[in-house]
Design a protein around this ligand. Structure first.
Ligand SMILES: CC(C)(COP(=O)(O)OP(=O)(O)OC[C@H]1O[C@@H](n2cnc3c(N)ncnc32)[C@H](O)[C@@H]1OP(=O)(O)O)[C@@H](O)C(=O)NCCC(=O)NCCS
Length: 148
């Protein structure tokens, strides 16, 4: 069981990892915002030794990967795939039948990771991510069907 102190520590750790992964585009994912997410019983998370984490929100028959990240020094060691598979397994135990996510169209590592885990591209949101004052990037929407 996670008590309040544990959740606060986790939220801080997730915020540090998120900032290391996304830099200045990470401002929304402060530790207080992440704490509000992980205190929500519909939000599930998997983390591994403060190296990486994944957050997912459950909503009736759909789940959404909110975000995930692996500290840069631990990337490309299989941790992201392992965490993603573990959260998919967790979601499979719920009423959710489909998992959706959004990933930046220029995030090759993210798109390849999600494809490897069985997510398929199903849509696009134009200019979804504001990268800087004068740069926006499309979001690719991907989904994975859990039950046929
Ligand atoms: C995307 C991310 C989570 C991948 O985590 P990771 O632990 O490095 O990934 P893994 O080592 O488990 O690799 C799994 C698969 O992802 C893909 N992948 C990972 N890093 C990659 C890279 N740099 N280039 C291309 N493909 C990559 C590959 O398909 C890989 O499978 P393979 O090794 O069989 O080729 C990580 O790069 C990261 O945290 N990036 C910044 C944050 C982010 O983009 N999050 C996802 C979008 S919300």
């Amino acid at each position: 069981m996670c008590n309040k102190n544990n959740l606060e520590m986790l939220a801080k750790s997730f915020a540090v990892i998120h900032k290391a992964c996304f830099g200045n585009t990470s401002t929304k994912f402060s530790s207080s915002f992440i704490l509000s997410l992980i205190q929500n019983p519909n939000v599930k998370f998997i983390e591994q030794e403060q190296k990486g984490f994944c957050l997912a929100r459950l909503s009736d028959v759909e789940a959404e990967i909110i975000t995930m990240g692996i500290k840069p020094e631990f990337q490309q060691q299989g941790i992201g795939y392992s965490i993603l598979i573990r959260i998919i397994q967790l979601i499979r135990k719920t009423s959710c039948e489909t998992i959706f996510l959004e990933v930046a169209s220029d995030n090759i590592a993210g798109i390849k990771l999600y494809s490897k885990a069985g997510f398929n591209r199903c849509g696009i949101r134009k200019n979804y991510y504001q990268i800087s004052n004068d740069k926006k990037v499309d979001a690719i929407i991907m989904k994975k069907i859990l039950v046929e």
